[in-house]
Design a binder for this molecule. Structure first.
Ligand SMILES: [Zn+2]
Length: 74
């Protein structure tokens, strides 16, 4: 799946509906990113880090967030 052009400068994208954060560098079809973008209930982070997403209460998506990245942010 292609990275959405509007987020070319972001890596992490949150879904406000279920408090999941996706890794745009490793996005999977199962993430249903098209559906998330269509809903416009997404969130970008500043700084654009998994740790920042976690600080805001987002949990890593199991489809696209690699275990190493997730554990490194613990
Ligand atoms: Zn995902």
């Amino acid at each position: 799946m292609e990275r959405p052009v509007r987020f070319e400068h972001h890596r992490w994208l949150g879904d406000k509906r279920n408090q999941r954060v996706h890794d745009l560098d490793n996005i999977a079809d199962a993430c249903a990113l098209d559906e998330l973008l269509a809903s416009e209930r997404f969130a970008a982070f500043g700084p654009d880090l998994l740790a920042e997403a976690r600080n805001r209460g987002y949990r890593p998506c199991g489809h696209c967030v690699k275990v190493a990245a997730a554990s490194a942010a613990e």
